[in-house]
Design a binder for this molecule. Sequence first.
Ligand code: ZN
Length: 695
Amino acid sequence: MLKISSLSAHYGPAQALFGVDLEVAAGETVALVGANGAGKSTLLKCLMGLVKPTGGEILLDGQPVTGSSPAKMVRLGLALSPEGREVFPELSVRENLQLGAIPLKLSKAEEASRIEEVFSRFPKLKERHQQLAGTLSGGEQQMMAIGRALMAKPHLLLLDEPSLGIAPLITDEIFAIIRQLNRAGTTILLVEQNAARALSGSDRAYLLANGKIVEQGKSEELLNDPILRSAFLGAASQENPAASRLGAAGLTNIRLEKPDMRQQKFMPDFTSEAELKAHQLKGLQWTVRHAYEGSSEYRERFDAADITPEMILSLDDLLKLPFTTADDLRQGYPFPLRAVPFEQIVRVHASSGTTGKRKVLCYTQKDLDDWTDFFARCYQMAGVTPLDRIQIAVGYGVWTAGMGFQLGCEKIGAMAVPVGPGNIDMQIQFLLDFQSTVFCSTASMALLMAEEIHKRGIVDKIAVNKIIYGSERSSRSMRQKISALFGGAELFDITGLTELYGPGTGIECSDHDCIHYWGDYYILEILDPETLQPVPEGEWGEMVVTSLCKEGAPLIRYRTRDITRIIPGTCSCGNPLPRHSRIKGRSDDTIKFRGVNIYPSSIDTILSAIPGLGSEYQIHLTRDESERGQMHLLVERADGVDAKRSPELIHEVKYQIKKQLLVSVEVELVDYASLPRSEKKSQRIFDNRIQDEIV
Ligand code: ZN
């Protein structure tokens, strides 16, 4: 959008800018950081046509605009919120705002509607619209200056020192509004002395000193650069005298509140598969011995199979070990598989068993520490940093979910907003008031929130850029819809199960086509659920897990019933940790229909690929008089799709299901939003045939 090349400027004989190169792409927030007198304001004035450059070129959308008049620059879509705010103290708030639109010669009606728009972003200005600008606080004057620039509906908004001389609390508010403006599509060039603020509120940054660009890059990387950190962000000390010089120049007026969190590393050190395997063998040998010596249940089973810990000499020996199942856990109630004395147990968790006894798992302090560390790894893989605010909308209590998300969040140094599940009004209010940047929930809850955000029209007032969701399968169209209604948030599917610590045993990476799992904490086997033999690498089967360092209740060849497959090779994201596909379903909720095994996810996939359909559906299975199974699909039309299109869509669904799954189904289309939504897992399969048909 904006390209500045070799720009030079002089004030009389004194040179202020020396061949500055700077670019801003559409949709970005770019920061220009430098001390007082570094040349920042000169550069902005050159851009606005207030100072004539003595060399170089400025291109806006590819067109040369060097030396154009200020009025022309406003018409081309630039607007400046100047340093020191330059408000007209004797005019009212409303009159000051009107000044921002003068070069555009708007109609009265258009002007009024733009003023209302500014008021909706800055409710404080609305309250004071008739007040004289000179009587506003510094923060309110700053808001008014930004509002005045917004009156021109700029493509590129230039903000000069929005935090200068303003209390930190109000600065927070102003930066939250800057983020929202960017989300709403405004490209922003942010000029700031306050390096920490500018870098944490922008995508990329340029550091300017003595009229020259001295450093540039992604803001997050600059913020993490140890040398820049100590120079720009550190406190002055004997070891870091540079900080006091920069501090005197106004560069260090705010320090990062959590200085060491960013240096934490939760990824393992191994670099090759061989190293990982060696680590796994040691862990397996330790686990088998620990289970044999500590747990009477494991010892009995090993004795019955004639197995001693000494027999585990290679990873292949894993295949000799007996399986552990959910039934073993239920039968051992209340403390199944416990392998340490009670004095070492610091907590229990239980799974949400709907029938019979719950599965209870006990944890030592080391188990909790390990869980915390690899959950922090999940956040790190999703790009979450100490600057994030994580709204946790999953269950707390005896269930593992909330605890896991919470421990990992605190470990990584982000701010937790522990709301728990449900409570949509409170969730929405906190998204708005706390400006949470990460939202964690089930897929169903995320969809419910997405629709609510859409309904209330607040997408450009929230700050969520990542959604971490788990414990439930999700179709592609559901993911797309959640992301779109949340304003383009990035989705990360997180895996886990209570038996194996809890959530966080793996997560989708930024490439979004696989789950990386923590092979240094557990071994993953993929077996044929019928024969219990390993399937060839890359084929679908049941996930069976063996823990490598779990003390309280070690797991040996535990049958999870989850269906997935190993993805061979290394990921294009560069992370060496092994991968599996997203969970496709559970071996015990496969639909057996007229002799065909159907995973509910294959229905998801087919429906997702047909434009015009919504993301919600139900599968009803019944039996007719001749005892033939019937499958009846109830599918929502997408938002805004006319009911007249139903026959054509029904035809397509039937055709694709027949073609891909080789079965015939009945299809009925219903209105958008007519199927029930749930904040927990939505029930999608209703089987009214004889129950024992289901394996
Ligand atoms: Zn990856």
